[in-house]
Design a binder for this molecule. Sequence first.
Ligand SMILES: Cc1ncc(COP(=O)(O)O)c(C=O)c1O
Length: 410
Amino acid sequence: MSLDVDFVRAQFPGLQSPWALFDNAGGSVPARAVIDRTTHYMQHRAVQLGASYGLSQSAEADVRAGEAAAALLLGASTRETIVSHSTTMGFGTLAAGIGPTLSAGDEVVVTNLDHAANIGCWRRMAARHDLVLREWKLRPQTASLHTDDLDGLLNSKTRLVAFTHCANVVGALMDVPRIVDVIRDNRQDTIIVADGVAYAPHRQMDVAALGVDAYAASLYKVYGPHLAAVFGRESLLLAAHGQNHDFISEDRLPYKFQPGNVTHELTAGLSGITDYLDAVATHHGLDIGDARQRHEAVFAEFAAHEAALCARLLEGLLRHDAITVLGPHDPDPNIRVPTIAFTVSGRDASEIPPRFDPHGIALRCGDFYAPGAIEALGLEGAGGVVRASLVHYNTLDEVDRFLAVLADVV
Ligand SMILES: Cc1ncc(COP(=O)(O)O)c(C=O)c1O
């Protein structure tokens, strides 16, 4: 059975409107189960954690269950899963903890393709601790990182490399295990950080299979509340300096990286992401194996539907001579996700989305907080790019509506 999109859409109150959402890489709408879990917590649990009375124990259990749901999504243990307010905050907190463990003259590699969340914190760490910063540059022809360009940046002093799993502007997937091999061949103990934010809405994350030391996903783009799940390998988290109160010991994982603790009601809401994926599994007869296996099967259904959306959208865009699609032109789900960036010849990007607004199509343009990528692509003077970003709850009809408006716009 292919993905039952009507069933899927019925699970999202935010989709019960005439708007066609083409801005999902900015943020997805939350599943009803997430809203229900959050509401339930606020109505029935909202006391503080850690006391002996029953209500406090129930509240604690719901928050811990939410943390476990975040760990399940990453494929990590709860000890290695930091629930953070955002990926920016999570990586920033990690960088603050890792910096003091490095020595002046050690080297750090960042890219110019990434969202600023996986660049700025490492740059600041390098400046604060006298580290040498190197930049792995995207190739403008493909708008992607190429492993051949990384080799020359690595040496015996390389202590950390940070790059993205999926380009948030153009939707191109990176071969993370291969990149990890190249880095480990150079030096086994280099800290490898990958940004999974643009990947996580589309595929099941699996930090163990990737072989990275740190990884993050923003859960408000994965049908959840405005939180992020940040993975840190246990040895890395133990060695890095805690960022919580002075009296929180260095072996309190992940609490030492959750200053002020997690947002209780939203963390409790994370169990709703599991509920949602389980509901899709049950509906599609994919109730097999453990939760990870079920969710893997569900994400495979998402990927197949998204590939069909992506093919239709790419084909429609590429039909217009005035349009340039940045990044891969191939809808193959092994190569890209349906986050598609384009420019229109002779037009500033900011002129395009307002033309879609009256038609109820939600679209966005700009640099998407990846100004380095936009500059490397020579588009900073053109308002950046227009980005149409789809997820599994979008429909082929919505793509056709989009293409009909586009025909009038170009
Ligand atoms: C690829 C990527 N990384 C990181 C971020 C930052 O996420 P957050 O808003 O959770 O800090 C974003 C946000 O759009 C993103 O697209």
